[in-house]
Design a protein around this ligand. Structure first.
Ligand SMILES: Nc1nc2c(ncn2[C@@H]2O[C@H](COP(=O)(O)OP(=O)(O)OP(=O)(O)O)[C@@H](O)[C@H]2O)c(=O)[nH]1
Ligand SMILES: [Mg+2]
Length: 542
């Protein structure tokens, strides 16, 4: 079949390619059929000879049953492994991307809805055009989500950004499909030709299907019950797999585009630029070019915030006392390889400090919005949790009002556990998973009570002792939990610094455009001067 046969009849005739190209494709096809023949003839011959051999020994019936058994098991296993969550091919993740803010997660519902419709078999594009219109429909839904009142939300983005989104989508899909066996060798033309060939051979195959029970009823039964269904299932699985990835990637990049996360020359996960405020904290000799993670230590007065800072440094850095000592924002630069290098630790003092200014809670909330991980310090012996609950509720409310930001993950350090009952007993380590000792039981009770009162998961609460001569569970549990939270904290950091990154890109683009305009004006004026000179010289007859 030549190339023009697979083109749509409505398409204008394409200019014929160079003769060497068509000669090359003819020779490729010829070689392909020779390979197919060399490969399949011995196999077919063996099959026929084997069947005859079995028939002579009257074993063909048993062999047929064995074949039927094997195919049935393959069919059942294929069905089982193709089920949701346990599929043969890698599927798009079921959860929204971790780097999304709550607003983007809400927009992700559009993608989930389309995935559900694919799952229920409600979407089955049969042509390329239908696939494109499905992509456009998803873009439109996402655009309307972000710009609900606008007349044409789809067009409310600059052209270069739309092209960038298309480029990224295409790149993702190319990477995904490249993993299919032989995907890099088989051309789209091969697939279409294969489809047409199968359509052509279908009548002959149907005749064979009708007649085949005459010479082997077992084989016909196997094919009807198993093989045909297996092929249909494979085709369906492959179609659905491709479609699911298509919806996932188009939806993802549509959200990136319309949420404003997509940049033209940079990527949101590029190293975030260092802010001037952080540069000031780091001092003049710093060599950091990117914004480090910012960890805010917060809690009531005397909860043990400064003691925690000291424990993390392994030395005294922050003043601790029984009377309020930290009354204003104090920042420390902590360098630990496990935390990925330098991080900034910020301690604001207790939010219930009676000596502090009236706006202390607002200060804490504003600081939390600028932080990537929060460590809430609670004293196990102070059961007045009302201020902590209020602060957490205010934090949730503040982030609900700014859904484009990602709330920082919260870790709770439950301090003063050495003072829990029995106060004189101190023989760490304590097993709080299956507490046997009275002290371990008290710690476990304090942890469960804090989790229930603050509506937090017990997994993010770490009981610690910060008394300088009894430091316990900071390196063993708190630091590893902090390390676990770093990827989440990094996502918060990227969204927090997105505006700076975008502003920087805008200035770079303005600079580039100004330079290009300058070059154009220069060339234009040169040309004008040259033309005028020629005209003047021509007029003056020189
Ligand atoms: N026994 C015991 N004492 C602790 C523990 N943690 C902190 N302390 C003591 O509690 C007192 C207050 O600790 P700080 O670290 O200053 O508390 P803070 O939260 O920074 O207090 P402010 O800055 O005033 O808000 C100090 O005397 C600490 O030594 C602990 O786990 N066990
Ligand atoms: Mg302090």
């Amino acid at each position: 079949m030549n190339r023009s046969a697979v083109r749509s009849s409505k398409a204008p005739p394409a200019p014929s390619g160079p003769p060497s190209a068509s000669r090359h494709s003819r020779s490729r096809r010829w070689r392909f059929w020779v390979l197919v023949a060399c490969f399949s003839t011995p196999l077919l011959g063996l099959g026929v000879a084997g069947a005859l051999w079995l028939y002579e020994r009257r074993w063909l019936g048993w062999a047929g049953l064995l074949f039927l058994g094997g195919e049935t098991i393959a069919y059942l296993l294929f069905r089982r492994w193709s089920r949701r969550g346990d599929r043969l091919l890698p599927q798009p993740p079921q959860v929204p991307p971790a780097e999304f803010s709550p607003r983007e997660q809400e927009a992700w519902q559009v993608v989930r809805e389309y995935e559900g419709r694919i799952e229920r078999g409600e979407i089955m594009p049969t042509s390329f055009e239908q696939l494109l219109s499905l992509g456009r429909e998803i873009l439109e839904r996402v655009a309307t989500f972000y710009r609900p009142g606008e007349r044409d939300p789809l067009l409310a983005v600059p052209m270069p950004l739309l092209l960038r989104a298309m480029e990224e989508t295409a790149r993702d899909l190319a990477t995904i499909t490249a993993d299919l066996p032989l995907a890099h060798r088989i051309t789209i033309g091969d697939v279409i030709r294969g489809y047409h060939l199968s359509q052509k051979l279908r009548p002959a195959y149907n005749v064979y299907r009708v007649l085949s029970p005459l010479w082997s009823w077992q084989h016909a039964l196997v094919r009807m019950l198993v093989t045909d269904r297996l092929f249909a299932l494979t085709r369906e699985t492959l179609n659905q797999w491709l479609l699911r990835w298509y919806v996932d990637r188009v939806g993802y990049h549509a959200i990136e585009l319309y949420s404003g996360r997509l940049l033209l020359t940079k990527r949101i996960d590029d190293a975030p630029p260092l802010s001037s405020e952080t540069a000031k904290i780091l001092g003049e000799e710093h060599t950091l070019q990117t914004e480090p993670l910012r960890i805010l230590v917060l809690g009531q007065v005397k909860a043990g915030k400064s003691s925690l800072v000291n424990a993390l440094f392994g030395e005294v850095r922050a003043a601790t006392d029984v009377v309020p000592t930290t009354t204003q924002l104090t920042t420390y630069v902590l360098e630990r390889p496990a935390l990925g290098g330098k991080v900034i630790l910020a301690d604001l003092g207790g939010y219930e400090d009676p000596s502090a200014t009236r706006g202390r809670t607002d200060e804490v909330l504003a600081e939390a919005v600028r932080s990537d991980v929060l460590i809430l310090v609670l004293s196990a012996v102070n059961t007045a949790r009302e201020p902590d609950c209020r602060l957490l509720a205010q934090l949730r409310e503040r982030f609900a009002r700014q859904p484009q930001l990602r709330p920082p993950p919260v870790i709770v350090a439950l301090t003063h556990i050495d003072l829990l009952r029995p106060p004189l007993e101190w023989t760490p380590p304590y097993d709080i998973i299956t507490p046997a000792l009275p002290k371990a039981r008290s710690i476990r009770d304090a942890l469960d009570a804090a989790a229930a009162e603050l509506s937090l998961s017990p997994e993010v609460i770490v009981p610690v002792c910060l008394r300088p001569d009894r430091i316990y569970n900071v390196e063993e549990t708190l630091v590893p939990l902090l390390v676990n939270m770093l990827p989440e904290g990094k996502c918060t950091l990227l969204l927090r610094t997105l505006k700076t990154l975008r502003d920087r890109e805008q200035w770079e683009l303005v600079g580039r455009q100004a330079r290009a305009a300058g070059r154009f004006l220069c060339a234009f004026s040169k040309e004008m001067v040259k033309k005028s000179l020629v005209q003047v010289l021509a007029k003056s007859g020189l």
